[in-house]
Design a binder for this molecule. Structure first.
Ligand SMILES: C[S@@+](CC[C@H](N)C(=O)[O-])C[C@H]1O[C@@H](n2cnc3c(N)ncnc32)[C@H](O)[C@@H]1O
Length: 232
């Protein structure tokens, strides 16, 4: 993805979550669940965007990297300590420095995940955790975004009456490269991770995802938003 792909979309991105507030709360529950106790931990958010999720944590100091200056400057204002405006591929990370490194939705904009995840593994302390939260390619959301990307619109006969009221901004779908959860597990195993935990939310069809705040359950085969925790 080019450095500027999210530039100009910070407001659209945040507004979408604000308008889909039940969906946001479901994702936030998953985010908080997998981060766990954040006090006194050194934590890095890769592709922190506008720092919307980070701003919901009251007791954490989160470091961030973000290629979009637009998004990253908002994250800074929200308290994220930006270590670099750039991509994970460009940044140099200190070795064995972090308790947690996470990608919240950012893996879905990175084609080759191996080198970025490997870099993060080296930057984790022993017993550190790499956490990947995403829309899985195989989920209802994944199918919907891929179809919209292919046809270049949400306004398509095949999508009529089956879409959420406010679908994700099309401009951001167009840049997405969704990966399946198992594809990411394979990458993680290939670079040496052996121990995993999985949690998921957004179990309802996308069309109904904003009707209620959903629970977080274990596993990865049902959810529209899935977290992989890989233990170093
Ligand atoms: C879906 S947004 C998620 C933003 C934020 N983490 C959140 O949850 O609100 C994906 C983010 O990944 C960033 N991104 C895309 N490619 C990246 C890369 N190669 N390295 C780091 N971040 C990247 C984008 O600029 C964007 O802010």
């Amino acid at each position: 993805m080019t450095q500027a792909a999210f530039d100009g979309y910070a407001t659209a991105y945040d507004s979408w979550f604000m308008e889909n507030n039940q969906l946001f709360e479901s994702e936030l529950k998953l985010y908080k669940k997998v981060l766990g106790d954040v006090r006194d931990k050194r934590i890095l958010s890769v592709g922190c965007g506008s720092g919307l999720f980070e701003s919901m944590l009251t007791d954490a100091q989160i470091e961030g990297i973000e290629p979009s200056r637009d998004m990253g400057e908002i994250a800074q204002k929200r308290g994220v300590e930006m270590i670099q405006f750039g991509t994970i591929e460009q940044v140099e990370l200190e070795e064995a420095a972090y308790d947690v490194i996470y990608f919240n939705g950012s893996s879905s904009y990175i084609e080759d995940l191996t080198a970025p995840y490997e870099k993060c593994r080296r930057a984790l302390k022993p017993n550190g955790r790499l956490i990947l939260l995403d829309v899985p390619k195989e989920s209802g959301f994944g199918f919907m975004y891929l179809l919209a990307k292919q046809v270049g619109t949400f306004d398509h006969d095949d999508l009529r009456d089956v879409l959420p009221q406010l679908p994700y901004p099309l401009e951001l779908c167009v840049h997405g490269i969704w990966h399946s959860t198992e594809e990411k597990i394979d990458v993680l195993k290939a670079i040496g991770f052996e121990q995993f935990e999985f949690y998921q939310t957004l179990l309802n069809h996308p069309m109904y995802a904003n009707e209620q705040v959903e629970e977080v359950i274990e596993g990865y085969k049902q959810g529209g938003y899935v977290a992989i925790i890989a233990h170093k």
